[in-house]
Design a protein around this ligand. Structure first.
Ligand code: GSH
Length: 230
């Protein structure tokens, strides 16, 4: 996995280029990905970067969303945030993935055209929706007990359930070469297991569970498994 360094109070500075001579005209600075070990959105971007062979071009900076050092890179105070080539700042994981996919010559993770393109982007949209709902539930249960809303959490769980059922019903569409869609779906499902074990999505989506068991064996998924911050 790309090296992750601990969060810093200051905005990340891009380090000198890998093997090229520092200061040489051809030296290309590494990009910076602000990432957290539990964030499914950040995981999706890092998995895409690894699958695209861009790992060595990226410095992964472990950042807590509450860190004010994140704000110059993402005024919304969310991770992931990317400082790309030439200092280009990009927020929002679908945009970051699209940018990363534009930088490599391997098989594209966002198919360029046709049915597979729209399937991949729709899968990503559903997966991101699952992540949004699952992350919102974690935030809600971290509030003081008297301020938590069971109705809010039930509404979010309903979104997760329906999206997972839709993906399970069309599991065949997740087959073939990995795309941003299948990577996003795998990250969303793993996050549900990681943060919401009681949600037990596998018992209601056995085809999807079987698909994930195979997909999760790939190196870019193994290298990015969620874990609690150290
Ligand atoms: N739409 C964003 C969502 C990113 C997001 O919600 N990240 C969470 C961490 S998993 C976060 O930074 N939350 C802090 C906050 O919302 O203040 C994306 O796709 O990148």
């Amino acid at each position: 996995m790309a090296t992750a360094r601990k969060k810093t109070a200051k905005p990340a500075r891009r380090p000198a280029a890998g093997k090229r001579a520092a200061g040489s005209k051809s030296a290309r600075k590494r990009m910076v990905l602000r990432w957290g070990p539990t964030s499914p959105f950040a995981r999706k971007c890092l998995a895409v970067a690894i699958k695209a062979g861009l790992e060595k071009d990226i410095e992964v900076v472990q950042t807590n969303a509450a860190d004010p050092g994140l704000l110059p890179d993402n005024p919304l105070g969310k991770i992931p945030a990317l400082v790309g080539r030439d200092g280009l700042k990009l927020d929002d994981s679908p945009l970051i993935c699209e940018y990363l996919d534009s930088l490599h010559k391997r098989t594209k993770l966002i198919p360029r055209a046709g049915k597979r393109r729209w399937a991949a982007l729709q899968q990503q949209a559903l997966a991101d929706g699952i992540m949004d709902a699952a992350v919102a539930c974690v935030a809600e249960r971290n509030r003081p007990p008297g301020e938590q809303s069971q109705a809010f959490m039930a509404k979010q769980k309903g979104k997760m359930e329906r999206a997972i059922a839709a993906l399970d019903a069309d599991v065949k569409a997740l087959g073939g070469a990995p795309t941003v869609g299948s990577i996003a779906v795998a990250c969303a499902l793993d996050y549900c297991t990681f943060r919401h074990p009681d949600f037990a999505w596998r018992s209601k989506a056995s085809r999807l569970a079987k698909w994930l068991d195979g997909f999760a064996k790939q190196p870019f998924m193994k290298a990015t498994e969620p874990r609690l911050p150290t």
